[in-house]
Each structure stands twice: as C-alpha cells, then as structure tokens.
Design a protein around this ligand. Structure first.
Ligand SMILES: Nc1ncnc2c1ncn2[C@@H]1O[C@H](COP(=O)(O)OP(=O)(O)OP(=O)(O)O)[C@@H](O)[C@H]1O
Ligand SMILES: [Mg+2]
Length: 264
C-alpha cells in the first residue's frame, strides 16, 4: 500500500450521549490519506458533535478513534492536535483586538517554542526564530489572500476575510487532517464559491486530508467525491454525490429543511 492510500483516520462505532440525548450513535469511518470527505445532515444531526469527539474537545461515550496509527480515543485535545489534527469552528473564533498577523502568530508559535531564557535575553537564535515566525505568518496570509489585511485587527476584517484567517490559523498547525465546520456559513454565493475554490487549492497544495461539514448542497456535491449523511446522530447514507442525491432516506431526512440540489 502506498502512503497516499494509507488509512489516516479510522473510527469505529463512535457514540456520544448528552444526558439521555444520543447526539451521535455507532458512527464509523475509514478515511484514507488525501481524501476530501463531505459530511451533511439536517440541523442537530450530530455533525459538530462528530468534530468535537474527533478533536478530543468532548469525550466520547462509546467507540474507538484511531488517528495516524495511534489510538486517540478519549485523549486530550492538545495531544490530538499535536498528532496533526486541526479544525475550524462553526462560529468565528479569533482574537478580535489582535491583528491578522498576531492571530496567526499564536498557532505558529506552538511549533516554534523558544526557551524562556532565549526570550528574556533576546538571543540571536530567538531573534532569528522571531523573524522566521513573522515570515511564515506573512506567507500564510498570502496563501489565503490576506496580505493587505496583515496589520488590521481581526474585528475590522470582513466576515469572509475572518473565515479565511481562521483557515490560515488551522493551516499554521501544519495539520495532516483538517476539519472544517461550515466554513461558508453566512456567506453570499460568490463568497462561498471563492472560499470553496480556496479550500480545494489548499487541500491539494498542503497535501491535506479534509473533512468538510457544509449545509450548501451545491458546493459539497461539487467538491467531495464521497459524502456521509447524518440524521438524528445516525449515519443514514454514504457514497458518491449522485448516490446521495438519489437516496430516498436522504431526501426524506431533508424534507422541509433544504433541497438536495443537483450538482452542476
Ligand atoms: N454540549 C452539549 N450538551 C447537550 N447537548 C448537546 C451538546 N452539544 C450538542 N448537543 C446536542 O446534540 C445534538 C447534535 O448537535 P450538533 O451540534 O452536533 O448538531 P449539528 O449537526 O452540528 O447541527 P447544526 O447543523 O445546527 O450545526 C443536538 O440535539 C444538540 O442540541
Ligand atoms: Mg453544527
């Protein structure tokens, strides 16, 4: 087996109940390196809970998660992040008073931890690493087309720019697996299309494996070769976009919620 087809994430019968409410039940997934998987489902289906369990933010109540060959079931979030799992959140989470550059330096620093004495004495090594950090931050800003906003506080960026900055912050962690929770939520169709093109480009350029939660059917059907559908915490369908569109259970789950668009 070549590394590009190796399993990066293996999830078996993962479950979470919140005081009797089964938010996720018997969820399974085998994700190969380089895949771009779409996860859809009506509101409250358990999509964000899935990400919370995978990243260790919320402990699971049942099941097993193996990531990069390590059993990470119920491991701490920081340990899982260090193994190379990064995510963005459904709602923007940036430091509003810090500039775009400063926001980006925070995740970059987790890789460039200088010793305290180097910081205090401002040794040549420390100053070199400071310069490298700033350079890396600028490069990442350029990658998401935000160079012009480098010195603006995050609060002054447009919504679309904030979402791109979050993406850059996740990339700063040099992830192997990137989890994106509704990155295009609240965007107009033009902005959403541009963001999706960016995600596709980053997925290829950074050799990522990506799981994308998205409500916009047209986008997800066009982007993801494989899609999973959750409903009331259960996996009700899995397959290529054409299979998902024609699946009676999926159509039923979405009745009254949204239209399952044809891919164009
Ligand atoms: N921390 C929590 N405590 C109690 N219940 C929770 C918690 N987190 C999620 N839930 C419940 O679990 C279910 C699944 O929620 P989740 O946020 O995973 O859905 P979702 O598919 O992401 O929905 P949306 O599309 O609206 O974002 C919901 O009924 C929700 O109320
Ligand atoms: Mg959600």
């Amino acid at each position: 087996m070549t590394s590009s087809t190796a399993t990066l994430l293996n999830v078996e019968r993962l479950g979470k109940s919140f005081r009797g409410l089964q938010a996720l039940e018997a969820y399974s997934l085998t994700l190969r390196t380089g895949e771009l998987l779409g996860v859809i489902g009506p509101n409250g289906a358990g999509k964000t809970t899935l990400f919370n369990l995978l990243t260790g933010i919320v402990p699971s109540t049942s099941g097993v998660i193996q990531f990069a060959g390590v059993d990470v079931t119920r491991r701490r979030a920081d340990e899982i992040a260090r193994l190379g799992m990064a995510r963005t959140f459904q709602k923007v989470r940036l430091f509003p008073a810090l500039t775009a550059l400063e926001n980006l330096r925070i995740p970059l620093q987790t890789h460039e931890r200088a010793a305290l004495w180097q910081v205090i004495l401002r040794t040549p090594g420390f100053l070199r690493s400071e310069a490298a950090l700033t350079r890396a931050a600028h490069e990442l800003l350029a990658t998401v087309d935000l160079q012009a906003a480098a010195h603006k506080p995050a609060a002054q960026l447009s919504y679309g720019q904030q979402r791109r900055l979050e993406l850059a912050c996740a990339l700063a962690l040099r992830p192997r697996l990137l989890l994106l929770d509704e990155p295009a939520a609240g965007m107009n169709p033009t902005e959403a299309d541009a963001l999706m093109h960016l995600i596709l480009r980053l997925h290829a350029e950074f050799h990522l494996t990506t799981i994308l939660i998205e409500h916009n059917m047209r986008l997800i059907m066009n982007m993801c070769p494989r899609i999973q559908v959750l409903n009331y915490g259960r996996l009700i369908a899995e397959g290529a976009p054409t299979e998902i569109q024609g699946n009676p259970q999926v159509i039923e789950a979405y009745l009254g919620q949204a239209e399952v668009y044809a891919a164009d």
